[in-house]
Design a binder for this molecule. Structure first.
Ligand code: APR
Length: 167
């Protein structure tokens, strides 16, 4: 638990090794946290994303971070919520798993996640946070290389949800 933190604010300001982007399958930017990350990183991030040939839901790809204060951006594509009968929970679980795998393979020691899929993609915030916390705890039990995982919550609602579920 000491390796897990909650941060209230904009994920693009964090000086961690990597921040995770809640992207879409094109990886070519969008609104929400995707928009914020591309805005701060600058057009070189988009240029690198153009070379990645998109990303499937539940998968993750890594890029440099350019004008962001972090070193890497891990782009993952969360599921759109259609009511819970389209394997949304499994796909969201996969986003966390694949992002953490990429982090380990790139010697990343500190990483921040937004509440993936809970904005534009409509995934229920509390259910998503429970999945995120459960995956992160499972991962930290078996992995010593990552020193800190931060849940970056942009709004009060998410902040309270993570506080409640981590208590
Ligand atoms: N820092 C941290 N969290 C943020 C920020 C930010 N700057 N901006 C938004 N968030 C939070 C939202 O409050 C939400 O809880 O990130 C969470 C994810 O919301 P979205 O960014 O809307 O992402 P998602 O629901 O996964 O939808 C992805 O939206 O922006 C487009 O291109 C993106 O098509 C993709 C879709």
């Amino acid at each position: 638990m000491e390796r897990i933190e909650i941060f209230k604010g904009d994920i693009t300001t964090l000086k961690v090794d990597a921040i995770v982007n809640a992207a879409n399958k094109t990886l070519l930017g969008g609104a929400g946290v995707d928009g914020a990350i591309h805005r701060v990183a600058g057009k070189e991030l988009l240029a690198e994303c153009h070379t990645l040939n998109g990303c499937n839901t539940g998968e993750a790809k890594i890029t440099k971070a350019y004008n962001l204060p972090c070193k890497f951006v891990i782009h993952t594509v969360g599921p759109i919520w259609y009511g819970g009968k389209n394997f949304e929970e499994d796909l969201l679980t996969s986003c966390y798993k694949k992002s953490l795998e990429l982090a380990v393979n790139n010697n990343i020691e500190t990483i921040a996640f937004p509440n993936i899929s809970t904005g534009v993609y409509g995934f229920p915030k509390n259910k998503a946070a429970v999945i995120a916390i459960s995956e992160i705890k499972k991962f930290l039990c078996n992995n010593k290389s990552i020193k800190k995982i931060i849940f970056a919550t942009f709004d009060e609602e998410n902040f309270k949800i993570y506080q409640h579920n981590l208590a």
